[in-house]
Ligand binder design. Structure first.
Ligand SMILES: Nc1ncnc2c1ncn2[C@@H]1O[C@H](COP(=O)(O)OP(=O)(O)OP(=O)(O)O)[C@@H](O)[C@H]1O
Ligand SMILES: O=C(O)[C@H](O)COP(=O)(O)O
Length: 401
């Protein structure tokens, strides 16, 4: 994979950088700026080389329309605060204003182009249409740097097609992510423990399939665990359940037994009358995992399981974690996620290599007050880190070879 040093002297060059600034917003307030901070090393390195840094990014899924709530204005403001310089936001991606702002740049300046997904061609499935659009963006720059790890699993205009029209290389974040995630997929130090949670089995199936052949231990929590408990014949009440995945999951349980992969499921569950939204009362109670009342919903792993999961994680040399253990957004159901995060921190202290993957998991770690350096690596990729762990070829990386 080509990297920044392969691009030669960048002084005075117009460098188009694709970043992933797809940050969670509450109105115009950024609730987690982790992805913006993760892009700083590349931006600072390019500025130090005297390059003109022209940033491209998406925010949400505006489906090719200009959606004011998804303007990158809050990102430009936050980026300016973090860099200590003004970061002008172009009104468009490749139009008059983009050209005017780029033309006005001096060496070391930074400009952010407006949300690439305001353009329908960005996500077009028609390669010719996407290429014509990518060429228009490429006209703004001399070289392309791909640093949005969170979108490398997408073959879209600003992170994939553009590499056909300019000398291209990976930025420092993409380099760091590939190096860290490869440590978990290529000859990892063992025991390798994979912890999966979050809200949908189907999102994580590829990972389970691929890692079952690699992991020594698979620890399952979150909303997806109830499909596993049901597959074992337990009742799960009104908990999240993907009936159509039951047979697949039964297959995984058998494969794990046959291949000697330790499958760790919770033995107790925190239940509630319903999902904690609106006027649903939050009245948590702990029940055995094989005795969930028919009218209750499981929303976190229980205290016995928190200790079990923590101890299994600490007894590992490599740990990959994707997906919260419970509805961590509500304090009453955050303890499972906290216990797993603590397990990774303790494993890191004991010398293990630990990775937190997934947008929600990374936000949970930060929102629950864990220091980022308590983990070996916090990935900025959600789906992208999952697909990397699945062993899939990622289009945004392939174009950099
Ligand atoms: N038992 C549960 N019941 C319902 N929802 C749950 C449960 N446990 C966790 N969740 C929800 O799962 C969501 C996160 O699931 P998701 O799979 O998106 O996580 P993630 O893998 O970290 O995200 P991504 O990989 O997409 O960045 C959280 O919003 C959380 O509230
Ligand atoms: O949030 C993410 O996972 C990345 O920014 C990719 O976003 P997308 O799923 O809308 O392509």
């Amino acid at each position: 994979m080509k990297t920044l040093k392969d691009l030669g002297d960048l002084k005075g060059k117009r460098v188009l950088v694709r970043a992933d600034f797809n940050v969670p917003l509450d109105g115009t307030t950024i609730t987690d700026d982790g992805r913006i901070r993760a892009a700083l090393p590349t931006i600072k390195a390019l500025r130090a080389d005297g390059a003109k840094v022209i940033l491209m990014a998406h925010l949400g899924r505006p489906k090719g329309k200009v959606v004011p709530e998804l303007s990158l204005a809050p990102v430009a403001k936050r980026l300016g605060e973090l860099l200590g310089v003004d970061v002008p936001l172009a009104e468009d991606t490749y139009g008059e204003d983009a050209h005017a702002k780029v033309a006005a740049m001096n060496d070391g300046d930074v400009v952010l182009l407006q949300n690439v997904r305001f353009n329908p061609e960005e996500t077009s499935k028609d390669e010719a249409e996407r290429d014509a659009y990518a060429q228009k963006i490429a006209d703004l720059g001399d070289v392309f740097v791909s640093d949005g790890f969170g979108v490398v699993h997408r073959a879209q205009g600003s992170n994939y097609s553009i590499a056909k029209f300019l000398p291209s290389a990976a930025g420092l974040l993409v380099e760091k992510e590939v190096k860290a995630l490869s440590r978990a997929t290529e000859n990892p130090e063992r025991p390798l423990t994979v912890v999966l949670g979050g809200s949908k089995v189907s999102d994580k199936l590829g990972v389970i399939e691929n890692l079952l052949g690699k992991a020594n231990r698979l620890v399952i929590g979150g909303g997806m665990v109830f499909t596993f408990l049901k597959a074992k014949g337990y009742e799960v009440g009104t908990s999240l359940l993907e009936e159509d995945q039951l047979e697949t999951v039964k297959g995984y349980i058998e494969t794990a037994e046959k291949t000697g992969v330790e499958l760790v499921l919770p033995t107790d569950i925190v239940v509630n009358a319903g999902f904690p939204a609106g006027d649903t009362p939050v009245a948590p109670e702990v029940v055995k995992a094989d005795a969930i009342p028919a009218d209750k919903m499981g929303l976190d792993i229980g205290p016995e399981s928190q200790k079990l999961f923590h101890d299994k994680i600490v007894d590992s040399k490599t740990v990959v974690w994707n997906g919260p253990m419970g509805v961590f957004e509500v304090a009453a159901f955050a303890e499972g996620t906290r216990a797993v995060a603590q397990g990774l921190v303790d494993a890191t202290k004991a010398g293990a290599f630990t990775i937190v993957g997934g947008g929600d998991s990374a936000s949970a770690v930060r929102n629950l007050g864990f220091p980022e350096d308590g983990f070996s690596h916090i990935s900025t990729g959600g789906g992208a880190s999952l697909e990397f762990l699945e062993g899939k070829e990622l289009p945004g990386l392939k174009v950099l070879e």
